[in-house]
Design a protein around this ligand. Structure first.
Ligand code: SF4
Length: 587
């Protein structure tokens, strides 16, 4: 493995992934060997393994099954299916079967919300799980059939594009955007991107032309392009589709960026859950090299640029650009302090442009069609179109492209959502939950900004179950670096569970709200700053849902106080009535 990747420490993650796929975990001997070869402390490697949920220092099953824990999977009956799977395989959830053949666990959203319940086996996506399919999977496992020989339909991942718009309906031919770029020249191409008004599509909305210009103006000449394909926000899967069907155009956008900022190396950071795309994407890169669209002297214009694919390892936080860069460098994905921003000190502390898949995809077509072509669509502050990943309670979950300014009502109509809407989660758990009476609102940076996730809930859903799922997600995905988020998200989870399980009081709701503000205001990065959003937005819109679960007292402990004092009573040699707490608080 070391021979394959070399001894640079930034290759740590690919090395660990390969070792794990050989041994179903990363043995202690391998850790020693890697530490020596890469000249990094053994403890650093262990901390990296512990950080990423797809890396393990203890054995996993020969068949490692993970089932997606996204809210949409729950809505499709995930809980029952997983219990069924556990009983058929005779393995407990979160455990390895004693014969070592199979392990079963939960994983955060796997990016298949339009075709769930979904899961992964040895890293490969399984879609549309139901009992007959689970029966077949159990049989294959018990017969020890290699995953490569399982029926291909188990792994079929559809695009489900229902509404292609400006960008999706006419993909560009490989090389066309680059030819346009060389014809127009660097400054004119950058001007076109500027005129288009294109803003980062990952959610933050920073102007793309400005980011590229800042990077190109840095004194340091070693620069990098990074495509963030780590879409981990539950309910988001548009980048999966773009990379499956429009990868040429995404790579073209990265090359275009490289030609503007002067980079020679690019990375596609692909989320671990999209392992099924890896070989296909490698082939496309190879085709582009053969066609003179990557490598040395691209299109004979003197541009040298190549792209390497790096796989993520199951950490939501690596969608944050500075955490992603840390991960690319072979470290734990802990967000950096900013400033300095990646455009001046990014990968290896060199100027780096990090953009979302959709941003590069759009930029390449803008280079070809011109900025005004894109700017003519959308609103004044939000130009162009936005690609949505729609899932939940609708008849046509999938991909839709809309001009900015489109109303939520229109989207609901197009995807076949019924009229009994409870609410819509826009932008994933870190975004905004809107109620049925807000469907006149619009998709736009100035109203409802979104990275693309759009989850619909009808009246049969319980708002607190939804919020609970999102809050557990954040507690699980906190990187643990800063206390307000590491401890705060766990406290939010505990406090919310107490309320949803019927042990809460009015005082608990007030405390929950206060805690939300603390986590929001004191956390280091966007994860912590938005982790309380699901609670805050639903407390505001559905206060009655919380009130219905409360006990009619002003304070209720989350544990049995009297039982907890047992040791103290024994030490004090008292067991009379006065030594017991009587919880008599009433209305
Ligand atoms: Fe990590 Fe959370 Fe702090 Fe962000 S806010 S750095 S995810 S602990």
């Amino acid at each position: 493995v070391i021979d394959r990747y070399g001894t640079s420490s930034d290759q740590l993650l690919p090395i660990l992934r390969d070792i794990q796929s050989e041994f179903q975990h990363i043995p202690a001997e391998a850790i020693e060997c890697v530490a020596l070869s890469l000249d990094i402390p053994r403890t650093q490697i262990i901390s990296v393994i512990e950080f990423y949920s797809f890396l393990h220092s203890t054995p996993q099953g020969k068949y490692a099954l993970l089932v997606s824990d996204s809210i949409t999977d729950h809505m499709l009956g995930k809980q029952d299916l997983m219990s069924y799977m556990a009983s058929q395989l005779k393995v407990s959830i979160g455990e390895l079967r004693t014969d070592g053949l199979v392990s079963l666990n939960n994983t955060s959203c796997s990016g298949m919300c339009d075709q769930g319940p979904a899961g992964l086996v040895n890293g490969y996506a399984l879609t549309n799980l139901d009992r007959p399919r689970i029966d077949a999977i159990v049989k294959l496992i018990e017969q020890n059939i290699p995953v490569q020989q399982w029926p291909s339909e188990f792994f079929m991942v559809k695009d489900n594009i229902y509404l292609p718009g400006l960008l999706l309906q006419d993909p560009i031919a490989p090389g066309d955007a680059l030819k346009a770029r060389f014809q127009k020249g660097l400054q004119q191409t950058l001007t076109e991107i500027d005129v288009s008004g294109l803003r980062g599509r990952g959610g933050a909305g920073f102007k793309t032309a400005m980011k590229w210009r800042f990077c190109s103006e840095e004194i340091e000449t070693e620069r990098y392009v990074v495509c963030n394909a780590d879409e981990g926000e539950p309910g988001t899967f548009k980048d999966r589709v773009l990379l499956n069907t429009y990868a040429h155009q995404v790579f073209e956008g990265m090359t275009l960026c490289a030609s503007i900022i002067g980079a020679e190396q690019g990375f596609l950071y692909l989320r671990g859950e999209y392992l099924h795309l890896y070989d296909k994407l490698q082939n496309i890169l190879q085709q582009r090299r053969h066609s003179g669209l990557l490598g040395n002297n691209i299109l004979e214009q003197g541009l040298n640029f190549d792209i390497e694919i790096r796989m993520g390892c199951g950490a939501y936080i690596c969608g944050e650009e500075s955490a992603l860069i840390e991960s690319l460098e072979g470290k734990r994905g802990i967000p950096r302090n900013r400033p300095p921003y990646p455009v001046s000190q990014g990968y290896l502390n060199k100027p780096t442009v990090v953009n979302n898949v959709e941003t590069f995809f759009a930029a390449s077509k803008i280079a070809l069609e011109g900025g005004q072509w894109f700017a003519d669509v959308g609103t004044k502050q939000s130009q162009g179109t936005k690609i949505l990943s729609i899932s939940g309670d609708c008849t046509k979950p999938g991909i839709y492209e809309y001009p900015f300014g489109t109303s939520i009502k229109q989207v609901l109509h197009d995807c076949g959502a019924a009229s009994d809407i409870l609410g819509i989660q826009i932008g994933g758990p870190s975004g905004t939950f809107i109620a049925e009476n807000e469907v006149h609102r619009t998709l736009a940076f100035e109203d409802l900004a979104t990275g693309g996730s759009f989850i619909i809930f009808n009246q049969s859903r319980n708002i607190l179950d939804i919020v609970k799922n999102f809050t557990h997600f954040f507690a699980h995905e906190s990187c643990g670096f800063c206390t307000p988020c590491r401890v705060g998200t766990l406290l939010l989870k505990k406090q919310l569970d107490k309320i949803t399980e019927g042990y809460g009081s009015a005082g608990d709701v007030a405390a929950l709200e206060e805690l939300c503000q603390l986590v929001k205001n004191l956390s280091h990065c966007g994860l912590g700053q938005t982790a309380a959003n699901p609670i805050l937005s639903t407390l505001e819109r559905y206060p009655e849902s919380y009130q219905q679960r409360l006990k009619k007292i002003s304070y209720e402990p989350g544990f049995d106080l009297d039982a907890s004092l047992e040791t103290a009573r024994r030490l004090a040699n008292r067991n009379d009535a006065g030594a017991h707490l009587a919880q008599v608080e009433e209305d």
